[in-house]
Each structure stands twice: as structure tokens, then as C-alpha cells.
Design a protein around this ligand. Structure first.
Ligand code: SF4
Length: 350
């Protein structure tokens, strides 16, 4: 049996049931479901995506339903998946699809890749997994597998090395069964050829895997050079005298832009910061009854690691109006439940 057939037969035996997969592995699939599930799966575990995906499809069953929804509604259904720009791109794309493509995803790779948030990988997934076209995909799982199969000592971090990996992906997907091969490779990467401790003894490709044969799986793929930046941050939990918490659309920080979060400021470690005077950008000191440093937590956003200092400020203000900046404690999860704010609120005892 060829390696591709061995891989397919392994996949058909081990294929997991997932909400975006039809029961029949040979069935054509819904483009929209493939698109949304693949974007959700970027940097997120399958188990977490299952619940979000089902909730999402219940609320936005079609691209048109999604295009007609408000950004707030869409973001609230994305909550917990992080990287909110992905949800904003999805909404923007849905609106373009309704305007220009009759509410459907377009037919060609070029047109798909021109849409906000749809790159080479997602376009390949829609074309091959949903429509059974002979198209390649390449993500972190496939890169790891290819690097180990061929003992490739570099990552696709430049044009020439990326072309090298894409050519391998095209070789693997040059088959009428590309839809099965692509998904089998993704499943193999997630469940067998894992980052740490790959379970090579159960792998359908072990007889052709150069890293396994030479007992060098730990060397492939090579490690990415880490370039984290350490920053320090100040997060303000401003509480009114009747227990409402102040949230902002965040215009004063480069992180979590246009999201409803607690007020915050961040600086590279080398710069010093005067906490109280920063707080005054949001609340006048005449209105402060008491402020208290509650502790710190670490939060990572892309390549930034932020040492977040939390200041709890009690004010003399009583907020009775429906000012959208002030959120009652019981509505926080619904209105602004991002993990960045929730960690600070927990430290402040809220
Ligand atoms: S044999 Fe091991 S290292 Fe090679 S592809 Fe299979 S799981 Fe990955």
C-alpha cells in the first residue's frame, strides 16, 4: 500500500467526530462551516473550539445571518477564543460576501485569499475539505510532519523555505483524495505527530519517516528563535460607590484595540511610570475615596509578555445612568469578559 493510502486508511479508522464534520468522510462539506471552524482552530485547542463552533452556528446559521449581525454580537460569540481581530475579519468578510458574492464563498483561490482574514491555508482548506478540489494546505501540524518525514533542518520563515514546504504540501495533495489526505495530515499532527513525544509506533508513516528511522524526532522541526519583549503594565479597576466597574474602548494602549476592557497602560521595562498620575487620565483624584495595589499577573499578547500591576480604585461617585462605560458586576461576563480584564478583576476581589 502506498504511504498516502496508509495515511487515509489510518485516518478513516481514527477519524474523530467533530461538530463541523459530516458523518460521511466522503461527503462534500459546507464551505461556511469549514471556513469558520478553520479560523477558530488557529491557535486554539479542538476541545475549546467544539463548544464555540456549535454556539456560533446556532446563532449565525448562514453567511447572511452573520453579515446582518452587529459587531458586538459577533464578538460576544467569539469570547474565549482570543485574537478578536479574527472575529472582526470574519464579520467584514461575511459582509463582502453578501454584497459581492450572493452570500457565498467565491470559487477561486485568488478570490478567497483576497478576503479579510483568509490566507493560503484557509483558502486551501475551503477548496479541498469542502469542495474536494485538488488543493494543498500548510499549517503548523503539516510543517512539523514534513520536517520530520524529510529531516528538514529549517522552518518556512522565508520566501524560499516557505515555497519548499508548500511544494511538499502540493505533492501530498496531488490526488483525487486530497480532501482526505489533507485532513488526515492535520489529524495526524494533532493526535500522533505531536510537538512533544510523538507516538511514532502508531503512526502510519513511520516506515518512511527519516526522523523516526534515525531516532531524531526530537531534533525536528528546528526550534524557532524566541523574541519576546518584556513589558510592564498598569490595569485600573475603577469601582463606583454603588458597585459599577469602569470599562473603556481602549484607545490609550497599543494592545486589545477597540475592545471593551478595563483601562490599562503598558510600557517597555526600561521606561518608568507614575501609577497615580496615569490613573488620573480616567478618574479625577477629587473623586477617589481609596486606592489599593492588589497584586500582579502575567499576560501574553502576541510577542509581548506583560507584567500587569492591578490598582483597585474606589470612587465617591454613584452611577445611576445607563452610561455604557460603567458595567454592573453581574453583567461583566456578558459585556467585557476578556481574560485580560477578568484576571485583574479577580485580583481586585470582584
Ligand atoms: S513516525 Fe513519528 S515523527 Fe514521523 S511522522 Fe510519524 S509520528 Fe511524526
Amino acid at each position: 500500500m502506498s504511504s498516502k493510502n496508509q495515511l487515509i486508511s489510518w485516518f478513516l479508522k481514527n477519524r474523530k467526530t467533530l461538530p463541523w464534520r459530516p458523518e460521511d468522510p466522503y461527503a462534500f462539506r459546507n464551505d461556511y462551516f469549514v471556513w469558520i471552524s478553520e479560523i477558530m482552530l488557529q491557535q486554539t485547542q479542538v476541545a475549546a473550539v467544539c463548544e464555540h463552533f456549535s454556539r456560533w452556528i446556532l446563532r449565525f446559521p448562514t453567511i447572511t445571518d452573520l453579515a446582518n449581525a452587529s459587531e458586538k454580537d459577533v464578538l460576544s460569540h467569539w469570547q474565549g477564543l482570543g485574537y478578536y481581530s479574527r472575529a472582526k475579519n470574519i464579520l467584514m468578510t461575511a459582509q463582502i460576501l453578501v454584497r459581492d458574492y450572493n452570500g457565498l464563498l467565491p470559487p477561486t483561490r485568488k478570490e478567497l485569499e483576497d478576503l479579510p482574514g483568509i490566507g493560503k491555508y484557509t483558502a486551501g482548506a475551503i477548496l479541498s475539505l469542502a469542495r474536494h478540489e485538488n488543493e494543498a494546505i500548510l499549517d503548523g501540524n503539516l510543517i512539523r510532519i514534513f520536517s520530520r518525514l524529510e529531516t528538514i533542518p529549517f522552518l518556512p520563515d522565508q520566501k524560499s523555505s516557505s515555497d519548499f514546504y508548500w511544494n511538499l504540501a502540493r505533492e501530498w495533495s496531488s490526488s483525487k483524495k486530497a480532501f482526505l489526505i489533507n485532513e488526515a495530515l492535520m489529524e495526524l499532527g494533532r493526535n500522533c505527530c505531536k510537538v512533544k513525544n510523538p507516538t511514532c509506533n502508531t503512526c502510519p508513516l513511520k516506515s518512511i519517516c527519516k526522523a523516526f528511522i534515525s531516532n531524531q524526532t526530537h531534533l525536528y522541526p528546528p526550534q524557532k528563535k524566541k523574541s519576546f519583549e518584556e513589558w510592564v503594565g498598569l490595569i485600573l479597576v475603577i469601582e463606583s460607590s454603588n458597585g459599577k466597574i469602569y470599562f473603556t474602548e481602549n484607545s490609550k494602549s497599543q494592545f486589545l484595540k477597540k475592545q471593551k476592557t478595563l483601562p490599562h497602560f503598558e510600557f517597555p521595562y526600561s521606561k518608568t511610570m507614575n501609577y497615580p498620575s496615569k490613573a488620573e487620565e480616567y478618574i479625577s483624584f477629587d473623586l477617589v475615596k481609596n486606592f489599593q495595589f492588589c497584586g500582579r499577573y502575567r499576560h501574553s499578547i502576541t510577542r509581548y509578555k506583560i507584567d500587569c500591576n492591578v490598582l483597585h480604585i474606589l470612587t465617591t461617585q454613584k452611577i445611576s445612568s445607563k452610561d455604557p462605560h460603567w458595567v454592573s458586576k453581574k453583567e461583566i461576563l456578558k459585556e467585557a469578559g476578556n481574560s485580560f480584564s477578568l484576571k485583574a478583576l479577580k485580583l481586585a476581589g470582584i
